[in-house]
Design a protein around this ligand. Structure first.
Ligand code: ADP
Ligand code: MG
Length: 677
């Protein structure tokens, strides 16, 4: 039997079971070995009968105390019943549909029984326990519990995997270099494989787990890094970037040092003759848009088309305006393409893009539609990338040949996760805010301060400022969300601020209505904008200086930081109030916000407190499935494994050392899979 042999080579696996296993993704003996248990049955401990908890399967050692009975029950069926006991108490064993048990159990003999006890103190019983005669020495086992599917039984899988281990364990190679294994005190691949399935002890199972999790992350990190290093070599459009200074000279401000540096890195990529895949990470308000516009300008001056994709219509519309403003001095225009672009206009834009007469377009997902084609697309920007999957980014870029891609993320992501989420990208960081920005004063307050807050808002509005009030999603239920935010707004309008102009923005509005409301707010025709989180990304209204977040405990810290980023955009001092009546942990979480304005620090804290779920959301696509490691539970291991992988690749970039031979094979296999997905 080889690792690559079909599962049918295992005993007890016929064509029927093979079909069922295929549903679990198991085709070969190797797949079988990588089908890890989801837990174990611990049969190492014998529990006294009177301590059987009834909550889980447990093992007891009992003696049959009376003749075994055969009882007729309803439907002409038969139940076998046996009284048993140990020193601590009595238990009745009942077997349904197992008439043969009458011949297995004998009065006076002892047996291991394994099952879930039930019943009360006096009539404790166990239904259909597994039974083994207690002859000779007790040797307890920890048995694996595998994820199953219809047509595959636990016992069959155990047998098949036991056989696979017996025949193939020595064919497993260790993809972790020895030095890494030693440095991190990890078990060998063979030990891990044996003990993840049939652990000799709890400790052995834990060691196996640790090793396998590390190994998975190690290979992933190594694969992503190698691929990224290779990507840099893909031939791309070579651009003349000297024109960039023309652009920056006409900007209404001077770029910050961090913007300059990032733009420099981008220009180096564009001029290199290799395809650019670059992520720009920058805190909210750090000025990513101007940098992207400068790069788009370079592409356009080099006679390529450029496209910017934003996650919402609101943001796309705002970007179109901003970009158009930046490009106007050069007589360049910017088309806007979203799903609500009127049909006739859409036709014109599509034609213009296809024949090349429109050099620059900003849009939403609408850009990805089949019928959108370009004459000569050379440069794309994905804004707020975490909203898009890797695949969408690739689809936009695929509308041209070797297109340079710039990804912009306003959600700072901790280093560890950035490598996994953006594994194939070079990274630039804009770690400096434009001058004159004041720190947003942030307060976490409870209900008792609400009156005071209202007074403060009134005063600030009297001074001419504007206010955002954000209400969180209610239980994923749009109708309820709408109702509660509508009632809330009504209360503000009628009772609290009858003299102020209050606008309401929510997810159910049509894009045109949203735009109209945003326009109203942006030009100062409303004092307070009540909103669900639709304003989360990118909106830019410098005169709005106060952000109030209701039920702040419902938001992740990174999300709160995004929201806070909507203010602090002008010269006036800005404020952020996080309302929450929650206490304890939640208050501590919100305190992070009051302590720092640095998005990266907020992200680190968020990761520590809540795990990375927030960062990944649903967009784990593009990453291989982890068999045992979890991005949410094993972050610390992820960091260690990444560092270890980077170290190995630094010393041996092409993995040519003998010690790294198996790692090399595993990594190239993984890269192949990444490319295919
Ligand atoms: P983000 O990085 O969050 O996308 P934006 O690109 O929207 O930030 O920029 C935020 C605001 O800062 C905009 O009003 C923009 O015009 C302004 N801005 C950008 N760069 C500078 C700069 N170097 N000096 C002054 N203001 C700037
Ligand atoms: Mg932005």
């Amino acid at each position: 039997m080889e690792l690559s042999s079909p599962v049918t080579e295992c005993k007890r696996v016929g064509p029927k079971s093979a079909q069922a296993l295929a549903r679990l993704g198991i085709h070969t003996v190797r797949d079988l070995l990588y089908h890890y248990p989801r837990g174990y049955e611990d049969r190492t401990k014998i529990t006294p009968v009177d301590e059987l908890s009834g909550e889980m399967n447990q093992l007891a050692l009992v003696t049959i105390t009376a003749p075994v009975r055969k009882i007729r029950i309803r439907g002409g069926k038969v139940m076998i019943q046996a009284d048993a006991a140990d020193d601590s108490g009595n238990i009745q064993l009942c077997f349904f549909n197992q008439e043969f048990m009458k011949n297995v159990l004998h009065e006076g003999d002892s047996y291991y029984i394994y099952g879930k006890a039930s019943g009360g103190r006096f009539v404790r019983d166990m239904i259909n326990p597994e039974v083994q005669p207690a002859t000779g020495e007790f040797s307890g086992e920890i048995l694996p519990l595998y994820p199953l599917t219809d047509g595959v039984r636990q016992s069959d899988l155990r047998k098949a995997i036991r056989q696979a281990l017996d025949e193939c364990l020595d064919k497993i190679t260790d993809s972790l270099p020895n030095s890494v294994r030693m440095a991190h005190g990890l078990a060998t691949a063979r030990f891990a494989m044996e003990n993840i399935h049939f652990p000799a002890s709890e400790e052995a199972a834990a060691m196996a787990r640790k090793r396998l999790i590390f190994g998975e992350f190690f290979l992933l990190a190594a694969g992503l890094k190698q691929r990224k290093d290779a990507r840099v070599e893909e031939a791309g459009k070579k651009m003349d970037t000297r024109c960039v200074s023309e652009f920056t000279r006409k900007l209404p401000f001077t770029l910050t040092g961090a913007q300059e540096r990032t733009l420099g890195e981008i220009c180096t990529d564009l001029a290199s003759g290799f395809v650019m895949s670059r992520l720009v990470q920058g805190d909210v308000g750090s000025g990513k848009t101007a940098v992207a516009a400068a790069a788009a300008f370079v592409a356009i001056q080099n006679r390529f088309q450029a496209a910017v994709m934003a996650p919402t219509e609101l943001l796309a519309a705002q970007h179109a305006k901003t970009f158009a403003g930046f490009l106007a001095p050069f007589g360049l225009n910017c088309a806007l393409l979203t799903s609500s672009t009127p049909a006739s206009q859409k036709r014109q834009i599509l034609a213009g893009l296809a024949e090349g007469s429109i050099p620059f377009v900003v849009g939403t997902h609408a850009l990805l539609e089949e019928r959108v084609s370009f004459q000569n697309l050379g440069f794309v920007v994905c804004d707020e990338q975490h909203r898009f999957g890797v695949e969408q980014r690739a689809r936009l870029a695929a509308k041209g040949e070797s297109v340079h891609t710039l990804v912009m993320s306003a959600t700072p992501i901790p280093r560890t996760l950035a490598l996994v989420m953006y594994g194939d990208l070079q990274v630039s960081v804009i770690d400096e805010l434009p001058p004159g920005r004041k720190k947003v004063d942030t307060f976490a307050i409870g209900e008792e301060k609400r009156e005071g807050l209202y007074g403060f808002l009134r005063q600030k509005v009297a001074e001419g400022r504007q206010v955002y009030v954000v209400c969180p999603l209610v239980e994923e239920n749009e109708a309820l969300e709408l109702q509660s935010v509508t009632e809330y707004t009504q209360k503000l309008r009628e009772e609290i601020f009858p003299d102020l102009r209050i606008a309401l923005l929510h997810g159910r509005l049509k894009p045109a209505e949203k735009n109209e409301i945003m326009r109203t707010f942006a030009c100062g025709e409303a004092d307070i904008l009540v909103s669900t989180t639709v304003i989360e990304v990118g909106i830019d209204v410098p005169n709005a200086t106060i952000m109030v977040v209701e039920n702040a405990e419902r938001f992740g810290l990174s999300q709160l930081h995004q929201l806070r980023g909507r203010v602090g955009r002008g010269k006036e001092q800005s404020y952020c109030f996080l309302l929450s009546d929650a206490d304890g942990d939640t208050r501590r979480r919100l305190k992070v916000m009051t302590a720092t304005n640095d998005g990266f620090k907020v992200a680190e804290a968020d990761l520590e407190l809540r795990g990375p779920g927030d960062f990944f959301g649903k967009r784990q696509s593009g990453l291989p499935e982890m068999k045992i490691a979890s991005f949410s539970e094993d972050v610390k291991t992820l960091a260690l494994a990444q560092a270890a992988a980077a170290e190995v690749l630094e010393a041996d970039p092409n993995l040519e050392n003998e010690e790294n031979r198996h790692m090399k094979r595993a990594v190239s296999h993984l890269i192949e899979n990444l490319e295919r997905s």
